[in-house]
Ligand binder design. Structure first.
Ligand SMILES: [Zn+2]
Length: 191
């Protein structure tokens, strides 16, 4: 039987609605630990974290897990491709969460756009699990996993079960890959 982890991308600062309180209620009712992936973006490093710190984090019981959901964007919202710059963004994400007293142990890249050089930086900051891969999907190799302007991943094609990053790439990494299955808000709420 597969082990399933429930993870939520927490990026309420970018959306008009937020269901965090409802998710906490459901988690308590059924005693389900959730991994809360708090979003940090280079565009507005502290904005989203501050919102969660003020409104939601104190409501989440200590037996839940926290993760970093990092949007690889610079100050101007430009997608960052250069590995060293990405490493700095990962470090910045860690620092932002630290200010909210969170030590993340899980990671998910914005638009699932993780590249192999990112793995080392994630290991160094103490991340244990990466869930940036989508089973049976892979981004277009020429796009390097880059999301398009709508934020959607494009050019998916059949790949390894680990998702974006092939087994040989991950073989040298201590990070545990946890492939994502995606449930959209529409599916969850019936809107
Ligand atoms: Zn996101």
């Amino acid at each position: 039987m597969p082990t399933v982890a429930i993870t939520l991308d927490c990026e309420a600062a970018d959306y008009p609605r937020c269901y965090t309180r409802d998710y906490i209620k459901v988690a308590e009712e059924f005693t389900i630990p959730i991994t809360w992936m708090i979003q940090v973006s280079g565009k507005d490093p502290m904005g989203n974290v501050q919102l969660y710190y003020k409104e939601y984090l104190h409501r989440i019981p200590s037996w839940h897990e926290f993760g970093l959901h990092l949007h690889f964007e610079d100050r101007n919202g430009r997608y960052v491709e250069e590995p060293r710059e990405r490493g700095e963004l990962i470090q910045m994400g860690k620092d932002m969460l630290k200010q909210a007293h969170i030590k993340p142990t899980a990671f998910r890249a914005g638009s699932y756009a993780l590249i192999p050089p990112d793995l080392k930086y994630l290991e160094d900051m103490g991340i244990l699990v990466d869930s940036s891969g989508i089973p049976n999907c892979r981004r277009h190799p020429e796009r390097g996993g880059r999301p398009d302007s709508t934020g959607q991943a494009r050019g998916h094609r059949p790949s390894t079960p680990e998702g974006d990053l092939s087994a040989p790439v991950r073989a040298g990494s201590r990070l545990c890959p946890c492939p994502s299955g995606v449930a959209s808000e529409r599916k969850l709420t019936g809107d």
